[in-house]
Design a protein around this ligand. Structure first.
Ligand SMILES: O=P([O-])(O)O[C@H]1O[C@H](COP(=O)(O)O)[C@@H](O)[C@H](O)[C@H]1O
Ligand SMILES: [Mg+2]
Length: 564
């Protein structure tokens, strides 16, 4: 058994083109680190919520040049079977972020595509994922790849794969590509020429992307809004500030220590605006600006590949002075803004996001509503899509330009909305209050548990399947669905959904819980929503207190039921 494992590791090592991972694996073999080697050879990285994602390191369960070359070769084989080739103009466009090895992985991908008889075009420098997603359709490419692990820890990298429709791959294409990857017997069979791909000009991609952002805003709408901005050590800054400038907004104040791309993300524990503490420096920058006598209306953050957008609003009664809006809150605000602008078409969100969007769309004549599984790979495919958002801080406000979430255009639209409200002496918070009075308070929260040992997640899911909760926070579970069987409108996914009835006193009209393993990180995620009726603005404060109580109690009871 051990001998077979070592033989497998040696075969891998002999073909690995990267001296760093070769040395790493050689040292593990030398040290007899069998457990560690076994973990790296336990299978191969699989396409998850957003492509391949994993820790950097040697072996098929890690992100490295050998894994990337295989993935690229598998995608190339798939594209060739679809009839694409250089002769038919089949171009694969390749972007990358500023993480460790991202540029190497991008270059390897270009070489493999050219070696396979396709055309390849590299983006000119580390750029946001939405710029790559835009470039695919803008250039008429047959596929696109962004080398990124988004907001994951510094030791991770990843590979987002798009086809010519500009959307990330879903079944069955992902399984078909995976089968092509699995069919590659040896890396030695994958030709990788040293040249032959194009490097796109800044003007042709970033320039074109920026011109497209004009479609997001209404000409002549207010622009007076003061923003503190952080790209969180990622690649968002240059494009976001250029977009703000082009639109006529005042230049955002950029968080200096996080302004430049840095693959080590030195000032944050996790470069994810959703994680506690990630916004601390941005809030400190905002407080300093205010202390200097400047105005700051909102704080905006992009995640490191700039496809997410986080927004914070002044909260004078808190220690930080700022409150992060939840993705569901920003999602509802942007939907309301678009409805006011008379945008029509389908408004879509995911099953783990707030149901408030269905209320907003339902109240707008001519607006449709749809729900999909988690991930923009699903949302971007909705027919007649006008707007999509997900609770994980992702927004697609211009599906004709970018069929994916886009943290740059979302920031533009948030800024326009804040400026319009400001002109009327109002704020984003005021608009959220209006929505709660009109539709009921839709309060959401997430219980997310990071694990070292992935089997803990499977165990929690098993426990819930064996003994589904019947009451949570005193509210009766009126339906418990196992989503792994699929539903009438949803393909199968590993998830559980509970609908809860309201309480007898009528202080809660209903609640909903979904539990699923993350497809991008070793986490179990539980998404909670509680709806509390609000009779008038005067009742809002009490409604918020009630919602927080119920959310907290659901969390406690659910954690107990799941044994996490
Ligand atoms: O990493 P990003 O910013 O691309 O975001 C990715 O991961 C998020 C979380 O997915 P999960 O809950 O499976 O971890 C998804 O919601 C999103 O659509 C996907 O693109
Ligand atoms: Mg991202």
């Amino acid at each position: 058994m051990e001998e077979a494992l070592i033989a497998q590791a040696r075969t891998w090592l002999a073909e690995d083109p990267d001296p760093e991972t070769r040395d790493e694996l050689a040292a593990l073999i030398e040290a007899g680190a069998h457990e560690e080697i076994a973990a790296r050879f336990a299978g191969t990285l699989q396409f998850g919520t957003a492509g391949l994602r994993g820790e950097l390191g040697a072996g098929p369960m890690r992100m490295n040049r050998a894994v990337v070359i295989r993935a690229a070769a598998g995608l190339a084989a798939y594209l060739k079977k679809q009839g694409h080739s250089a002769a038919t103009g089949g171009t694969v466009v390749i972007g990358y972020d500023a993480r460790h090895k991202s540029a190497d992985f991008a270059r390897d991908t270009a070489a493999v595509m050219v070696g396979a008889g396709l055309k390849a075009a590299l983006l000119p420098r580390p750029l946001p994922t939405p710029v790559l997603a835009f470039a695919i359709r803008h250039l008429g490419a047959v596929a696109g790849i962004e080398v990124t692990a988004s907001h994951n820890p510094p030791r991770d990298n990843g590979y987002k794969v798009y086809l010519g429709d500009g959307s990330q791959i879903v079944p069955p294409a992902d399984a078909e590509i995976a089968a092509e990857i699995a069919a590659i017997a040896s890396l030695n069979d994958v030709p990788r020429p040293d040249a032959g791909w194009d490097t796109l000009r800044e003007e042709d991609v970033v320039g074109a992307y920026l011109r497209r952002t004009d479609a997001v805003l209404t000409g002549g709408s207010p622009r007076d809004v003061r923003v503190v901005y952080t790209p969180m050590h990622g690649v968002g800054r240059s494009v976001l500030t250029a977009a703000f400038d082009r639109a006529g907004f005042p230049a955002p104040t950029v968080v200096a220590a996080q302004a430049e791309p840095d693959p080590d993300f030195p000032t944050v524990a996790f470069p994810n605006p959703e994680e506690p503490g990630a916004m601390d420096l941005a809030f400190a920058t905002a407080r300093e600006a205010v202390a200097r006598g400047e105005n700051v209306d909102i704080v905006i953050a992009n995640d490191p590949d700039a496809d997410r957008c986080a927004v914070a609003v002044p909260a004078p009664d808190t220690v930080e002075g700022w409150r992060m809006l939840r993705g569901d809150e920003v999602g509802a605000l942007l939907a309301t803004h678009l409805v006011h602008k008379s945008a029509r078409g389908t408004f879509a969100t995911t099953i783990v996001s707030s149901s408030l969007l269905s209320r907003i769309a339902g109240a707008a004549a001519g607006a449709g509503y749809e729900e999909t599984l988690t991930g923009f790979k699903w949302l971007s495919r909705v027919d007649g899509l006008r707007y999509a958002y997900e609770e994980a801080l992702g927004y697609c406000v211009d599906p004709a330009g970018v069929r994916d979430k886009d943290g740059i255009t979302a920031a533009l639209l948030v800024a326009e909305l804040a400026a319009e409200l400001k002109e009327k002496g109002r704020t984003l918070t005021d608009l959220l209050d209006d929505l709660a009075v009109e539709h009921g308070l839709h309060a959401t929260d997430q219980l997310s548990v990071r694990v070292e040992d992935l089997s803990l997640i499977a165990a929690a899911m098993r426990r819930l399947r064996e003994a589904p909760p019947v009451v949570l926070a005193g509210l009766h579970v009126v339906s418990a669905e196992d989503l792994s069987k699929g539903t009438e409108s949803l393909p199968p996914t590993d998830g559980l959904r509970y609908a809860l009835a309201g309480d007898e006193a009528g202080t809660v009209s209903g609640a909903r819980v979904i539990v699923r393993p993350s497809g991008t990180e070793p986490k179990l995620k539980c998404y909670l929503e509680v709806v509390v009726p609000v009779a008038s603005a005067a009742g809002l404060a009490d409604a918020r207190v009630r919602a927080s109580e119920v959310l907290a109690a659901v969390k406690t009871d659910l954690a107990r039921a799941a044994g996490i």
